[in-house]
Design a protein around this ligand. Structure first.
Ligand code: 0RA
Length: 638
């Protein structure tokens, strides 16, 4: 379909431009999609889906189908208007080909619409094309179907008119390029998470997700939008009121939507989006929201006599305790900042969100007194607990000074003072602690035994947390002290190793510890300082030969290798305390022969999720639940 009236010279000029653009993207893919690891790979899907979402935002699309093919492909189909195929005025080529090879799809056509632009999103589907082994696009438009195929970004034939066809829409099928990406295998859960998120953010759309690799199919449609999103975030926790508070307002050209609901926990889960992009690092919209929340709740409390003195005013932390909130703003020209482009920079948005939330939230509270009561009671309790925590801290600090600010008596510290070389083993109970002490290398390995369960920080205030001896010992040993300040420069050991038993109680303690790290010491996790020591479950001995198995499968495999059960003594270790020091050292502690699993933030987040469902420490934990949902050590990766 070389358009008529195009001279050969013009055609060649645009061809050269296309080739140069392609080469630039392939040379520095990171500049366009952030990275070439799994994250960058999934960005390809987001990019294509975001283009369809732009059609949803324009009110032109209601359905999107995403299919992961058994052949490694991804197909995204929508029932939007279809990418225009008419001749592009400047390039003298079908607009479709231009969109797929040079320009951002909507840029020249849809002035004034909210678009996913800037940041790593909205770089254009031509980037996906350039980084794909092959890409095929089909467009239904003008009562006809059109088709074009590309390889590594280059069209291998002109746009083809496939004849009459019903409906409108666009389908893009691409196979990511193995020459570019470290991995080309799409992760189902990752894709699913984003599609689910998009369906909450765009309640008008239905997203069908198919994975042909395991023949599964899921439909995402959430007519309740942000309200349903927040309800989903709160999951099985106890909520203080229902349904969530839902606010919607416009300021200038910025569209602002918020849903929020409190649970009886102590943490703040706020998710913020700008034009459907998750702004992980917050930005001006989040600052505006926080300011409004603090101000509105203080105003209400003062006006209704719930707070009488200014010194008892609520802080930002007070009003965010137990908060689950989703903020979604639509901004005409978003500016994304920071390394990962996950922070909104537009300064005008702070005031817009603040003013909108101030007005709508105070209106809502006046109209719903029971909700206002429940929510303020919670915030006032938080303020009281904060004050109590401050006093407790002061007391502990003074006591610490009197005692010489010493390390906990339970800690068997190592000789080395070089944190980079030092390891802290956290073990369960005094018996395992004793064995570990004998089995360690005193030069650089320290042992801290914990007695019983530590506090579930998902269910406790900071003051209670600091009163808990186990947690205080842990914080002091790590080097953070009662300040509980997540400052890596104070770290006394670069490896914090959890060594718990391979049973339900061990899993529970591990879950509680990971929750503590996730909530109070995320930098420790992000820095890769938290590990799980993998202890063997079985000892298999045949004559002088001894083997260790870390799972039932491994036990069976070793037994088969040894020629069956005959003459083999199989010993099962229920707890680390059952091993002698030498065994513990050789299997679990000694560098070179042990297996350490590094805990990621995601692993810890999973643990904290579990803790938010579990009861407080005073109630017997739901053992069945822990058993089913505890973080699987074997899934962690070093
Ligand atoms: C430019 C203009 C129009 C639609 C699109 C782009 C469009 C792009 C994508 C990408 C994936 N699906 C899409 N659907 C549409 C509007 C053209 C018109 O006014 O008909």
């Amino acid at each position: 379909m070389v358009p008529q009236g195009t001279t050969v010279a013009e055609y060649d000029a645009s061809s050269i431009q296309i080739l140069e653009g392609l080469a630039a993207v392939r040379k520095r893919p990171g500049m366009y999609i952030g990275s070439t690891d799994a994250r960058g790979l999934h960005h390809l899907i987001y990019e294509v889906v975001d283009n369809s979402i732009d059609e949803v935002l324009a009110g032109a699309c209601t359905e999107i189908a995403v299919t992961l093919g058994a052949d490694g492909s991804c197909t995204v189909r929508d029932n939007g208007r279809g990418i225009p195929v008419e001749e592009h005025p400047r390039y003298h080529r079908p607009a479709l080909e231009i969109v797929m090879t040079v320009l951002h799809a909507g840029s020249k056509f849809d002035k004034g619409a909210y678009k996913v632009s800037g940041g790593l999103h909205g770089v254009g589907v031509h980037v996906v094309n350039a980084l794909s082994e092959s890409l095929e696009v089909r467009v239904w438009r003008n009562g006809r179907q059109y088709f074009q195929r590309y390889e590594r970004g280059q069209p291998i034939a002109p746009v083809k008119d496939l004849g009459p066809a019903e409906g409108t829409g666009t389908e893009t099928r691409f196979v990511p390029d193995k020459e570019i990406f470290e991995t080309v295998v799409f992760d189902k859960a990752t894709v699913e998470r984003r599609l689910k998120e998009l369906s909450f953010l765009n309640p008008q759309v239905t997203i069908l997700f198919k994975d042909e690799r395991d023949k599964s199919e899921t439909t995402f449609h959430h007519a309740g939008g942000l309200s349903e999103f927040v309800a989903d975030l709160n999951g099985a926790t106890n909520v203080l009121f229902s349904p969530p508070i839902s606010l919607h307002a416009k300021r200038d050209t910025t569209d602002i939507e918020v849903a929020l609901q409190y649970n009886d926990g102590y943490n703040d889960t706020t998710l913020a989006f700008v034009n459907n992009i998750h702004t992980m690092d917050g930005g001006t919209h989040v600052v505006g929201l926080r300011a409004a929340l603090t101000r509105t709740l203080n105003d209400y409390a003062h006006r209704h006599g719930l707070i009488k003195n200014d010194k008892d005013s609520l802080t930002g932390d007070d009003v965010r305790e137990g908060l689950s909130c989703v903020l979604s703003v639509k901004v005409l020209e978003p500016q994304f900042e920071g390394q990962t482009k996950a922070k909104l920079g537009n300064s005008e948005v702070k005031g817009q969100v603040e003013s909108a939330v101030n007005e709508k939230l105070s209106e809502y509270l006046e109209e719903h007194p029971p909700v206002a009561q429940a929510l303020l009671q919670k915030a006032i309790q938080a303020a009281q607990a904060r004050e109590a925590a401050r006093k407790a801290r002061e007391l502990t600090r003074r006591k610490g000074l009197l005692e010489g600010g010493g390390l906990p008596g339970k800690l068997a510290d190592c000789h080395s003072r070089d944190p980079a070389k030092c390891e802290l083993f956290i073990v369960e109970g005094d018996s395992a602690g004793g064995t570990a002490k004998q089995g360690r290398d005193r030069e650089f390995q320290a042992i801290l035994p914990l007695r019983g369960k530590i506090l579930n920080v998902e269910k406790a205030h900071l003051d209670k947390m600091l009163q808990n001896e186990g947690i205080r010992n842990l914080l002091t040993a790590i080097g953070y002290g009662v300040e509980a300040d997540d400052d890596l420069s104070r770290l006394r050991y670069h490896k914090i190793i959890l060594m718990t038993d391979a049973d339900v109680d061990g899993a529970h303690i591990r879950t509680l510890l990971l929750t503590l790290f996730f909530r109070k010491m995320p930098a420790l996790l992000a820095g890769g300082h938290v590990y799980i020591a993998q202890a063997p479950l079985y000892r298999l001995a045949k004559g002088p030969k001894v083997m260790w198995a870390y799972s039932d499968e491994e036990r069976d495999r070793i037994l088969a290798e040894m020629g069956g059960m005959k003459g083999v003594v199989v010993q099962r270790y229920k707890g680390l305390g059952e091993m002698n020091a030498e065994q513990l050292r050789d299997t679990t502690m000694k560098v070179g022969s042990r297996t350490l699993l590094r805990v990621t933030i995601d692993d810890a987040a999973q643990a904290s999720n579990l803790c938010s469902i579990l009861m407080g420490e005073e109630v017997e934990p739901r053992r069945d639940y822990i058993q089913q949902h505890a973080v699987e050590v074997t899934n962690l990766d070093i």
